[in-house]
Every structure is written in C-alpha cells, then in structure tokens.
Design a binder for this molecule. Structure first.
Ligand SMILES: Nc1nc2c(ncn2[C@@H]2O[C@H](COP(=O)(O)OP(=O)(O)OP(=O)(O)O)[C@@H](O)[C@H]2O)c(=O)[nH]1
Length: 388
C-alpha cells in the first residue's frame, strides 16, 4: 500500500478503491453536511447583492443564479443523505455542485465589477472549501480550483477596475490559496490513508495466525461463523468444509525439532492456500497441526477432489529441516463435509459442518491415516454422496 508523494492518495487503484469504499458512509455524510452549509452561506450572500445593487433586475438575476446553486447543491446533499450514492456518484455530485457554484460565482462577480477585490477574497475561501471540505479526488479538486482561478483572473483583467498593484496582490493571494489548499489536501489525504493502513495492519494481525498466515480461530468464531458471513455464489449452492490434520506431527517435532515442525506447518498451509480460491474460500489454522478450508458454493465432489489433490501433493512434498541437512516427508488425513447453508435458516450450519468434518477426519486417522473421509450432511444428498 504505497502512498503517492504528490497526491497523498494510494498509488495503486485497488488500494485507493478499498479505502474509499471503507470511507463511503463518512464521505456521504460529509458531502451532504458541507453542501448544505455552503448553500446556506451562498444564499445569505444575496444580502450583499441587495446592499450593492439595490432591488432591481440585476439583483433578481443574481438571486436566480444563487437559487440555481442552492438547487444543485441541495439536490446533491439530499442524494448524499437519503440515497446510498456509490463511490462514483459521490464524485459526480461533488464535482457537479462545485462546477455550478464556481460558474454562478463568476457570473455574480461580473455583475458587480467594482468589487473584484472582495470577490477574490470570497474565491479564496471557496478554494479552501473545494480542497479541504468537499470530499473529492485530489485531481478533481486541483483541476476545478485552478480552472476557476484562471477564469476569475481573466475576468478581473477584463471587467475589474483594479490598479496594477491590486492586480498583482490579487494574483499572489489566489496562487497562495491554491498552493496552501493543495498542500493541506495532500497532507489530509496522507494522514487519513496512513490511519487506514494502520487499521488494516491491525485487523490482519488480529485475524491471522502468525506462523502460517492463515486465518486464526478467533476470526473463524467472530467473523466467519456469523450468520450470512460465508456466502455461496448462487442461491441453492452448497457449502463444503475440509478439515485436515498432519499425520504423526509430534514425531516430526521430536525427530527434527520444533523449528523444522514449523517449516512443515508453513509448507502445508502454503499448499492449502495455493489450491483454494483467493477471496472466495477461507483457510483457517484450526489447531496446532489442524487446518480448515471453508469452500462456499462447492459440493461434496468438489471438496473430495480438493482434499485428494492436497493429500497426494502433500505426500509428495518434502520439506527441508531447519538445519538444511535433511528433507522431511509426511502425510495428512482429511474429513470433508458438505451441507446446504440455507438449512436451519443459515444458523449454525458452519459450526455443525465442522463438527461432522472433525469426526470424519478422526475416522480417517483410525482407518490408517493418509486418506479422505467424506459425507454429505444435506437433508437430501444426491444418491451415493451420503458417505464417500
Ligand atoms: N512445531 C510446532 N509444533 C506444534 C505447533 N502447535 C502444535 N504443535 C505440536 O503438534 C503435535 C501434535 O501432536 P498430536 O496431537 O499427538 O498429533 P500427531 O502426532 O500428528 O498424531 P496424529 O494426529 O494422530 O497423526 C504436538 O506435539 C504439539 O506440540 C506449532 O505451532 N509448531
């Protein structure tokens, strides 16, 4: 997760998207709140139009411009609060409201050409709001803010009746507002992403087994066993679990030492993770030398196939001892159980399946080890699959 040095956002698109999705509820709330707040100020400034122009057609034109901004920003705020706007939609809402507000602002400035120095001050405040308060990407904020500044300065040259000294001061002021706005936005982006990185690292540490990198028992009980957490890809899909136990593991520890035993555990876990689907299946270190694979949308045949492949691959794999002098080889026993996750309203299916797989795995041990025992715990298993 590398942070881009210029924008303060994640350099990889996938990391940035994951961060933004995680932040989406706060982003929506911030967008709605900020737009409402800005809209109220935008409308309140019609008082200054009245004071400058008096009541008349020009004043009414400016009121209409302010009403357009209020309607756009208000709609975006309403959508942000009341509709579950997607990531993309929040960006469009933010950029849309900003564009309309800046366009109407330049229109108002041209209608009050004697006050360009005041307008510059208002624009500087708007720039800070764009960079810091309205949630948008760094690139969008930069493009909108610098384009608005450029347009404003061109209009000042054309309509503003400023002395050269005032003109230079105005340019400097707006360049400063852009520079500090961009720097502050970059800093803010960076800090929020560093915080997210720390949270992800912490979650990873809390959920994983240190030795093998598999999920730990806590994650299994607190997350995976929660009803609805393990989803099958389509309605009616089956759920299969494979419980694996390395055979005679104590002998490996006793013969080659604990560190060599650890190497065998890592090698088995690596094989298991490699053979299961990334982001779909979950691999848990269930006990000392016991591992659990949770396979959503997989029937008994699929579970047996995986267990058999694992069994043969592991039996063929030799692992180097810690001192690098010998190669160790052992086998593993497997219990495979399958059920319909919708049964029992989805409650306790995983827990019950693990209990069945545990029994099957011990049957495999008693049957001579290095084998797969399987059973379908569905209410109506396909013929021949009740016990394999
Ligand atoms: N190296 C290492 N050993 C571990 C770890 N966790 C548990 N063990 C050891 O794993 C061994 C498990 O032994 P047993 O439960 O008797 O099982 P086994 O020798 O594999 O026998 P069977 O399962 O019946 O084939 C014990 O000696 C534990 O100390 C670990 O993280 N690293």
């Amino acid at each position: 997760m590398r942070i881009h040095p210029l924008t303060g956002e994640f350099a990889q698109r996938a990391d940035e998207t994951a961060f933004l999705v995680h932040q989406l509820p706060q982003t929506r709330a911030l967008l709605g709140y900020t737009l409402v707040f800005c809209t109220l100020f935008y409308l309140a400034f019609s008082l200054s139009d009245l004071a400058a122009l008096g009541y008349g057609p020009t004043y009414l034109k400016l009121c209409a411009a302010r009403a357009v901004v209020a309607a756009t920003a208000g709609t975006c705020a309403w959508l942000a609060y009341h509709r579950p706007l997607t990531l993309h939609a929040t960006r469009i809402a933010a950029s849309g409201a900003e564009t309309v507000a800046l366009a109407c602002f330049t229109f108002i400035a041209v209608q009050r050409p004697d006050e360009f120095h005041w307008h510059a001050m208002s624009l500087a405040i708007m720039l800070i709001v764009i960079y810091l308060y309205i949630p948008n990407s760094f690139a969008n904020a930069l493009v909108l803010a610098s384009a608005a500044t450029a347009v404003f300065l061109v209009l000042t040259l054309k309509y503003g009746r400023l002395t050269a000294a005032d003109g230079v001061t105005m340019v400097m002021l707006l360049v400063l507002a852009n520079a500090f706005g961009a720097l502050a936005a970059r800093r803010f982006n960076q800090v929020s992403r560093e915080e997210y990185q720390a949270r992800v690292a912490l979650q990873h540490t809390a959920a994983r087994d240190h030795l093998t990198g598999c999920y730990n028992r806590r994650y299994l009980h607190e997350t995976l066993m929660r009803p609805g957490q393990v989803r099958t890809p389509h309605h009616g899909g089956l759920l299969t679990v494979v419980l694996c136990d390395i055979d005679h593991f104590k002998r490996i520890n006793d013969t080659y030492g604990h560190a060599s035993g650890d190497a065998v555990l890592r090698s088995f876990a690596e094989l298991l993770r490699h053979m299961t689907r990334d982001g779909v299946d979950s691999v848990v270190r269930y006990g000392g030398e016991e591992f659990l694979a949770i396979l959503p949308g997989t029937d008994l045949d699929g579970g047996i196939h995986l267990a058999e492949r694992l069994r043969t691959r592991f039996a063929d794999t030799s692992v180097m001892t810690d001192d690098g002098k010998e190669r160790m080889r052992t086998t593993a026993s497997f219990g495979v159980a399958c059920a319909d996750p919708a049964a029992d309203g989805g409650h306790h299916v995983l827990r019950d399946l693990i209990a069945v797989a545990d029994k099957l795995m011990y049957d495999a041990k008693r049957g001579g080890r290095d084998r797969v025992h399987a059973c379908c715990a569905c209410s109506n298993p396909p013929a021949g699959l009740r016990r394999a």
